[in-house]
Design a protein around this ligand. Structure first.
Ligand code: C2E
Ligand code: CA
Ligand code: CA
Length: 679
């Protein structure tokens, strides 16, 4: 596939889905971490502040104790409220004195709080199950501990709060150093207020809601992105006329299908189908009706598809089809059936279609093993199918052509001819060969036909059949016709001036040339500029030219005749409406096509047709020339019929100018003896 098309498709196909999903996962993780971080830091702050307050309180108690005020003054104890329980530890950490209820679990933990240098020691309470959210002594973010703290204490907190208190007490013990290595361990109370819980929950809930909303928005955006992309892809693969698949569908999906391992051993064929009458149909009806017909064609093609086959409308009247086949005969049958269906898609019209087929056989490696098609170039294969299709003749209705090596050779030759045609004309590489026409009764030279040969320095002498049809298609043919007319006129003039007994020489004027409205004047201009008498030039027109514009044709023929030129109908009998053309065209000469004299000699029916054709020409005051006559019996038969001239290998093949000159010179004398020898 061409790179730019593939790139366009890739760009369109790029969904960023994985990126979106990755982003979504990352976002969820980060949001979750943020939530936990927020709760933890909130808690840390809360705990830090509260622990500090409690530390101050216990320090104060320690000072009171040191000053002997704690035991003696019950009012002080009252003031201390629930801080009344305490322990005194000696330097070995043994309890030497205790007051109140001792619920202290003497496993020390450490914490660093602001306002106090160094770590402070505290102990959990056996009832309160208070766990510190610290790490390494610092008040720090510690998810595990924070969670623990919350989960282990939430029941306790809730119970207390539900009991109607405005706060929950979580007891723990704080150690404050005293003199002589002793220390004061006072019971402290960690208070959680209802507002703390509400604030914390509200913040957490808000954060959770925000995360959830963003999460949902992202999911929605991923989904809409996906559906948008699907729509884009379907537009990319949809034909605007048929509403079905377009060329890109076969180009991309077909290529993917062919490359699949499972299809490696399958034979595929790509078809290029051209609806020949489409433009005409649109002109006679309307574009809308034409497009409706294209839809019908598209549906008909789609109707014959099997699994793993596809079709598409490519451009105005052309379709591409990818078929799978087991053997070539089966494929041919399917294509023929399809063509028959297409020709009859409409009850009121019979349409013509040209189908080109290119085969894509399985790929084999050096050992002969079938391998997966790694590289498939559908565009190239389709182009081959198109080339095969274009090799079909334009005016002969429907047709099927397969792409093969001969076609490649043919295409190369066409290319070479087109490349060299101008230079060949400029270098006068085209030669005029003359094929004499003889009177079958007297064996007298009565005329000749000028036939072109291309004397190519590279390829040698090339017969006209190899390049005239190419020139006809490329539009170069009028230049060849002019070239021939000019050279023949010059030769005739020179022969006349040298005293030869000249006979009329006919020049072929191609159908493509004959439609030019001033053709008669162009020819007259060329011949007059050379000064050749008009009666020495005859113009041959093929019957097919009469199909184009009858009125213009008749007009051109009449003008040519009025200038004194003879006009003949070439290849009479090779087309299908010869009699009609004869009826309308005021021609001088009728050239019976060589086909009349091919095949079963002495065939009675063939002879009847020829004799009637000669009789018909005579009744229309036309002279007759029989072409392609090769044997004596035919000559005798034609002589008996009163055919005026014979142009055929029996008398002479087309020959170079100098040979023709000697024919003119030896006319009658030599010729007659030669012919006698032949007999
Ligand atoms: P055409 O105009 O029908 O020319 C007669 C062709 O029949 C010539 O083929 C000639 O060599 C061949 N022919 C004549 N007698 C016999 C015979 O007894 N047996 C056989 N087998 N063939 C015979 P050629 O020269 O190959 O020309 C082929 C065609 O090329 C011509 O058919 C004509 O249509 C075209 N052509 C040739 N020269 C020119 C030209 O200068 N201009 C144009 N427009 N077309 C030309
Ligand atoms: Ca001819
Ligand atoms: Ca002919």
């Amino acid at each position: 596939m061409a790179n730019n098309k593939e790139q366009r498709f890739r760009k369109l196909k790029k969904s960023h889905l994985w990126l979106s999903l990755l982003f979504l996962i990352l976002f969820t993780l980060i949001a979750h971490a943020a939530l936990v971080l927020f709760v933890a830091s909130f808690l840390n702050n809360l705990l830090g502040q509260k622990i500090q307050g409690e530390y101050d309180h216990v320090s104060y108690m320690a000072r009171l104790y040191e000053n002997g005020l704690l035991d003696s003054d019950s009012r002080v104890l009252q003031l201390l409220d629930d801080h009344s329980s305490y322990l005194i530890l000696n330097a070995d950490e043994e309890i030497i004195e205790e007051s109140g209820e001792n619920t202290c679990d003497l496993t020390p933990e450490f914490i660093r709080i602001s306002g106090v240098t160094g770590l402070i020691t505290y102990y959990p309470d056996r009832d309160g199950d208070f766990l510190s959210p610290t790490a390494g002594g610092y008040l720090a973010v510690n998810f595990r501990k924070t969670y623990h703290f919350l989960t282990k204490n939430d029941n306790l907190i809730l119970e207390q709060l539900q009991e109607g208190q405005n706060h929950a007490n979580l007891p723990f013990w704080i150690e404050v150093p005293m003199k002589d290595g002793k220390s004061f361990v006072g019971k402290a109370s960690f208070k959680i207020y209802l507002r703390d819980v509400i604030l914390l929950s509200a913040f957490a809930a808000l954060l959770a809601i925000m995360i959830f909303v963003i999460f949902v928005i992202m999911i929605i955006s991923i989904c809409t992105n996906r559906s948008h992309q699907r729509k884009l892809l379907s537009v990319f693969f949809t034909d605007e006329v048929t509403g079905q698949h377009n060329w890109m569908w076969i180009l991309i999906r077909g290529e993917q299908m062919l490359k699949r391992r499972g299809n490696a051993s399958k034979h595929y064929a790509i078809l290029s189908i051209l609806f020949m009458d489409y433009r005409n149909f649109c002109v006679c009806h309307s574009i809308a009706e034409g497009e409706a017909m294209l839809c019908k064609v598209d549906r008909t093609i789609a109707g014959i598809l099997r699994r793993k086959e596809m079709s598409a409308h490519c451009s105005s009247a052309s379709f591409a089809v990818l078929l799978q086949y087991n053997n070539i005969n089966e494929l041919k049958q399917r294509v023929e059936d399809l063509l028959a269906k297409l020709e009859n898609i409409d009850e009121t019209h019979k349409f013509a279609f040209h189908i080109g087929v290119d085969l894509m056989e399985p790929v084999v490696d050096a050992s002969g093993k079938i391998v997966r098609r790694k590289t498939v170039n559908i565009e190239e294969e389709y182009n081959n199918a198109c080339a095969a299709r274009e090799s079909l003749p334009d005016n002969e209705g429907s047709g099927i052509a397969f792409f093969d090596e001969a076609l490649v050779e043919e295409q190369r030759w066409i290319d070479t001819v087109r490349e060299r045609q101008d230079a060949a004309l400029a270098n006068e590489e085209f030669l005029v060969y003359y094929q004499p026409k003889y009177d079958p009764k007297t064996n007298e030279l009565r005329g000749a036909e000028a036939l072109v040969r291309w004397n190519s320095p590279e390829f040698g002498l090339i017969p006209p059949g190899r390049f005239i049809p190419i020139f006809e298609k490329s539009g170069f043919i009028p230049q060849i016709d002019h070239y021939m007319i000019e050279h023949v006129a010059r030769d005739q003039k020179a022969w006349l001036d040298s005293g030869y007994k000249c006979v009329p020489v006919s020049v072929n004027v191609s159908r493509a040339h004959f439609i030019e409205s001033d053709l008669a004047e162009q020819i007259k201009g060329i011949i007059d500029s050379i000064g050749t008498p008009h009666e020495l030039i005859e113009l041959e027109v093929t019957e097919s030219a009469f199909f184009d514009d009858k009125k213009a044709m008749i007009d051109t023929i009449n003008r040519l005749k009025s200038y004194g030129f003879t006009v003949s109908m070439d290849d009479f009998g090779s087309g299908y409406s010869s009699l009609n053309s004869l009826k309308d065209m005021p021609l001088d000469v009728l050239k019976l096509d060589a086909e009349f004299f091919r095949g079963d000699e002495g065939n009675n029916r063939g002879q009847i047709v020829v004799s009637e054709a000669v009789r018909l020409a005579k009744s229309l005051n036309m002279r007759t020339v029989a072409e392609g006559v090769e044997i004596k019996e035919q000559v005798d038969f034609l002589a008996d019929l009163g055919c005026d001239m014979i142009q055929g290998y029996y008398f002479a093949k087309p020959m170079p100018k100098n040979e023709y000159e000697s024919r003119m010179q030896n006319n009658n004398i030599n010729n007659n003896t030669e012919l006698e020898e032949k007999e």
